[in-house]
Design a protein around this ligand. Structure first.
Ligand code: LLP
Length: 419
């Protein structure tokens, strides 16, 4: 459930009519609903409260906006970060270092050093090489790095190939069969407090069986490591729970996920950690765009909107579906292609889609755009960087400005020899 509803014929975010925001801020613009963010955060946490010990680290990559992070901090979430830039954002939002998990296959020495100094709570190690380096840096600083070893369970999450991370040939984690030996070697290093294991098999997961299989393998490894005398207090199960992108889509929700996790982890006696992203932010945001014109096509018409693949990359990158609805629905429908102005055919949001009828000057909203939306935006075709707005009840505020092409141009220069 979300707080984007049609009231008096106009799509609202909570109590704010989207045309009011479009008028004041311009389009395209991302609009987030604070009540929806809070609701999703609470539903997820409450579902998992059936476990005795938990820790929630919001996957910052899904929506790193400072205001969004602040809301989730207030909801008791820590952060899962994959770069020092994300760590700095989480800290700036007031999330304590101790509640931050640092994941990612390419942590540099500089990033690890800064994270250690910031008191980051847990490093999720993606390789033995990284663990050796982290221990050395920590030891040299007279610090101890708290860490978990990310294991690649070789399980196919059954999601889009580009967002699948748990198969043996994916770059993530250490191979399952060598995890026990690597754990033993890393945990003996000075500067290293290796306290747990981590796993994450992919994103937009819509069937719980692969996760169940991966977690069960982690349980076997946990028992093996304990039998070998290791102390394991934390097990990080990553993120990945999918969200409905289409009206009426029936997917496993947080309660189903929690029941599965409770069953698999019942004898583990660890703090179970979670890194949800999309399930918290996905349906908390929409991308509002204006129809520039409707152009006749050979078959169906092209609805050319002022948002493009640089603002919302998911359809072009993953063939992802985002519902496209009229902000003032007339009740009429049409079959159309929805495209942006960018000069390549991948700049297509919908093909031959039955949708609300719209015409030049109308506003449309792409739904479920709160996760992996603005954060993946860029300035391709010298377009502005899209702004973001947060709504709370009948208030709203711009929480990220539109960055104009002139600002980006000002950071470029012609070298002396070309002057
Ligand atoms: N933890 C780790 C280690 C991850 O790699 C990810 C996502 C998450 C947690 C959060 O996953 P979530 O709960 O959001 O599914 N740009 C793609 C998604 C990339 C996901 C990358 N990792 C998209 O737009 O679908």
């Amino acid at each position: 459930m979300d707080h984007f509803q049609v009231k008096n014929g106009v799509l609202h975010a909570e109590d704010v009519a989207l045309p009011a925001i479009a008028e004041a801020v311009g389009t395209p613009v991302y609009v987030y609903s604070e009540a929806t963010l809070r609701r999703h955060a609470r539903v997820f946490r409450e579902a998992l409260s059936i476990l005795p010990k938990t820790h929630f680290a919001f996957a910052v990559k899904s929506n790193p906006n400072l205001a969004v992070l602040r809301v989730l901090k207030e909801e008791g979430f820590g952060a899962d970060v994959v770069s020092i830039g994300e760590a700095r954002r989480a800290l700036a939002a007031g999330i304590p270092g101790a509640d931050i998990v640092f994941s990612g296959v390419g942590k540099t020495d500089e990033e690890m050093a800064e994270a250690l100094e910031s008191g980051i709570g847990q490093f999720n190690l993606e390789s033995e090489e990284e663990g050796v380096e982290l221990a050395r840096i920590a030891h040299e600083k007279g610090l101890t790095a708290t860490a978990a070893l990310r294991v690649n369970p070789d399980v196919d999450a059954g999601t889009h190939d580009k967002i699948s991370t748990g198969k043996a040939d994916n770059k993530f984690g250490v191979p399952y069969f060598s995890a026990k030996d690597i754990f033993a070697r890393l945990s003996a290093l000075p500067g290293m407090n290796l306290r747990g294991l981590a796993v994450h098999i992919g994103s937009q997961i819509t069937n719980l069986d692969p996760s169940r299989a991966a977690f069960a393998k982690m349980g076997v490894l946990l028992a093996d490591l304990r039998a070998a005398g290791h102390t394991i207090t934390h097990l990080d199960l990553g993120g990945g729970l999918g969200v409905p992108y289409r009206v009426g889509e029936q997917l496993p929700g947080p309660d189903d996920y929690a029941a599965m996790v409770a069953e698999v982890t019942k004898d583990w006696d660890v703090t179970v950690m979670f890194e949800p992203g999309r399930v918290i932010t996905g349906n908390s945001g929409v991308l509002v765009s204006k129809v520039v014109r409707v152009k006749r096509g050979a078959n169906n018409p092209f609805v050319v909107v002022d948002a493009a693949m640089n603002d919302l990359a998911r359809p072009a990158m993953y063939d992802a579906w985002h519902d496209c609805v009229a902000v003032r629905p007339s009740g009429e429908t049409m079959t159309a292609n929805v495209v942006g102005p960018i000069c390549e055919s991948s700049d297509t949001f919908a093909r031959n889609r039955e949708m609300d009828a719209v015409t030049t000057g109308d506003l449309v909203a792409f739904r479920t755009a709160g996760a992996y939306g603005a954060t993946m935006a860029n300035t391709y075709n010298s377009r502005p960087l899209v702004p973001e707005v947060l709504v709370s009840g009948d208030r709203y505020a711009v929480v990220a400005n539109r960055i104009e092409p002139a600002t980006i141009l000002a950071a470029e220069q012609v070298p002396d020899w070309l002057k």
